[in-house]
Design a protein around this ligand. Structure first.
Ligand code: NDP
Length: 321
């Protein structure tokens, strides 16, 4: 039986590549000497795209593939795929929701505690022999006690984080585009108002034009000199320049970041700040969870070609009858 043709825009996990190689004729775009010429040669054949992080799939690319039916995105965030364009042209886009929710929430609580209690800095202090020579690590200014957290983006992951914070007995409020009926947390329609009322702003909002630089100088100013920003959503949501300025000037106290505007580049200004915690986008990065994400990425393609329906289409490309 002839295999369907699939375009892979960048390297993916081995277990994903092996399964896709077995099921489809896979064209590896990043290996082509001339990517443009390669697309020209295979454009009529391609029925699917498999896409990992940091490799955009935009309208101009999809418009060159007249038989494209589905774009399977590895990861729940799909801001690098123009899903609106795909939806308008009858192409499904799928992502990998739910299977990573609890892992990302676990990582977020780790990052939160590391930042609030300066745990990375205190470990470096011990490893440098300073405990023995200089005495105890200084008391941390911040604490989770008597603090309120404002979550930006109370979706699947945001709710899993909030559940953990309930157990920590830390009050939670949230901001999103609309108030949710069945959640026990206070809602703020205005992000600046929420930032003013909380001690810690925790963003787990998706990337894309609608959220770009949503956390800007005005929001950081409202968060205030004891305030801490945690970002595990997307780097583009935070105005990184404004954040560096706010940290330097003491407009806010600290930050814990798993995501950055121009990954894997992290501004030197941030790296120099000892009390700021910086993680290399590891929210979902365990073998267990990445395998589940990889499997869902493959299964979306298989399900579509076997039944005509993918398993987890994104909201811009809902299931069709
Ligand atoms: P969901 O779609 O379940 O939740 C997203 C939330 O963001 C919703 O509550 C939504 O609320 C809110 N939101 C969307 N647009 C806006 C906006 N313009 N302004 C304010 N709020 C907005 O997604 P998940 O919880 O599954 O994932 C969230 C994001 O986390 C992903 O998109 C991804 O970017 C990031 N992520 C990061 C990981 C990491 O490794 N660091 C790993 C996995 C995900 P409403 O509709 O009411 O506005």
């Amino acid at each position: 039986m002839t295999k369907r043709h699939l375009l892979m825009t960048g390297p993916m996990m081995r277990m994903v590549m092996e399964q896709l190689d077995a099921a489809y004729t896979v064209h590896r775009l990043w290996e082509a000497e001339d990517a443009d010429a390669m697309i020209g040669e295979i454009s009529d054949k391609i029925e699917a795209i498999a896409v990992g992080p940091h490799t955009p799939v935009d309208g101009p690319l999809m418009s060159r593939l007249p038989n494209l039916k589905i774009v399977s995105n590895f990861g729940v965030g799909y801001d690098t795929v123009d899903a609106k364009w795909a939806g308008a042209h009858g192409i499904y886009v799928t992502n990998t929701p739910d299977v990573l929710t609890e892992e990302v929430a676990d990582t977020t609580l780790g990052l939160l505690l590391m930042t609030v209690r300066q745990l990375s800095e205190s470990e470096r202090y011990l490893r440098a022999g300073r405990w023995e020579t200089e005495g105890p690590f200084p008391l941390t200014k911040a604490s989770l006690r008597d603090r309120r957290i404002g979550i930006v983006g109370l979706g699947r992951i945001g709710k899993a984080i909030a559940r953990r914070l309930d157990a920590f007995r830390v009050p939670v409020v949230y901001h999103g585009r609309s108030e949710q009926a069945d959640v026990p947390y206070g809602y703020y329609a205005n992000l600046v108002d929420m930032a003013r009322d909380v001690d810690i702003l925790l963003s787990v909002a998706p990337g894309g034009t609608a959220t770009n630089h949503m956390i800007n100088a005005e929001v950081l100013d409202a968060l205030g000199p004891d305030g801490i920003l945690i970002n595990v959503g997307r780097g583009s949501v935070v105005d990184e320049k404004a954040l560096v300025e706010a940290l330097k000037s003491g407009t806010i106290l600290s930050a814990g970041l798993d995501v950055f505007e121009d990954e894997p580049h992290v501004p030197a200004d941030l790296i120099e700040m000892e009390h700021v915690v910086l993680l290399p986008h590891v929210g979902s990065a365990s073998v267990h969870t990445r395998n589940q994400m990889g499997q869902l990425c493959v299964d979306n393609l298989k399900s579509y070609f076997e039944t005509g329906k993918p398993l987890t289409p994104v909201v811009e490309t809902p299931l069709r009858d």
